[in-house]
Design a protein around this ligand. Structure first.
Ligand SMILES: N[C@@H]1[C@@H](O)[C@H](O)[C@@H](COP(=O)(O)O)O[C@@H]1O
Length: 259
């Protein structure tokens, strides 16, 4: 796991965008794993600007990490809509190649299995963007999720519902159920970039980067990933025991900048 400590969201957005630009230039039919939440927004902002300057996404596909179950079709906070609004509508990706779990499916297990098959049929995820929840979740894999899990329905813990209530009118509107790619699904991505900013993420970052690999902290499974990059600002890095070591080792440069 490479930990890169940066000055702020703009720098993080630029670095992650560098990795994605390098990927889609080398492999125009690349498959991106797309995350919601506020953490990846600077990356999407930067990629929209690079698209305006000519970066081509016409052959790229995207797979969202997760989705709420039971939101009405077209709800502004359904992750399908959030991904479109924040990112894919701002670039020239083919909308038919942007996939999300089917939160309104009548047969949810079948929809989850179909989602896994679609990822496999597309050739697997080349680069997965991730945020992290304050409880250490990735996607919506809450504490206790199996490290071998695949796309499935999950229940949200109250802390996550409260954290996400800011996107809704009230806590009561936040769904209790979600569909999320499993930890096993996420681990199949060829490169994972996790972004965490702000002091409220410091404990989760410390736990998954330097704590034991344990289901109580789902993001800790990334310690087993062969190519996981963690981009954090100073506040999110503030509880890391080895912060100075990461600064010296990586010299604030991730591997795609020639480590
Ligand atoms: N399902 C999403 C996660 O994918 C995201 O990482 C997390 C953190 O969000 P934020 O980046 O807004 O802190 O929120 C949600 O729970």
């Amino acid at each position: 796991m490479e930990v890169v400590i940066l000055g702020g969201s703009r720098q993080i957005g630029r670095l992650a965008a560098d990795a994605i630009e390098e990927l889609v230039t080398r492999k125009p039919e690349a498959v991106l794993g797309l995350a919601t939440g506020s953490s990846p927004l600077p990356v999407y902002e930067e990629l929209a600007a690079r698209h305006a300057a000519g970066l081509d996404f016409s052959r790229v596909s995207g797979f969202a990490l997760d989705e709420y179950v039971g939101l009405p079709e077209g709800h502004a906070e359904s992750y399908r809509n959030v991904i479109r609004r924040e990112f894919t509508d701002r670039i020239n990706i083919d909308p038919a190649n942007v996939h999300s779990p089917e939160g309104s499916a009548t047969d949810i297990p079948a929809a989850c299995a179909a989602y896994e098959s679609a990822i496999t049929a597309a050739g697997g995820v080349d680069l997965q963007l991730l945020g992290v929840g304050t409880d250490g979740h990735i996607g919506f894999n809450e504490p206790g999720s199996s490290f071998a899990s695949r796309t499935r329905i999950k229940s949200l813990i109250e802390r996550t519902r409260r954290d996400n209530a800011r996107f809704f009118n009230s806590l009561a509107e936040v769904p209790h159920h979600v569909i999320t790619q499993g930890l096993g699904t996420i681990m199949d991505a060829r490169h994972v970039i996790l972004i965490a900013t702000g002091a409220q993420k410091a404990q989760a970052v410390r736990d998954f980067v330097e704590g034991p690999v344990a289901a109580i902290c789902p993001a800790s499974v990334l310690q087993f990933h062969p190519h996981a990059t963690v981009l954090v600002d100073e506040a999110a890095a503030s509880a890391l025991k080895l912060a100075d070591f990461y600064r010296h080792t990586y010299d604030n440069k991730p591997s795609w900048q020639g480590l």
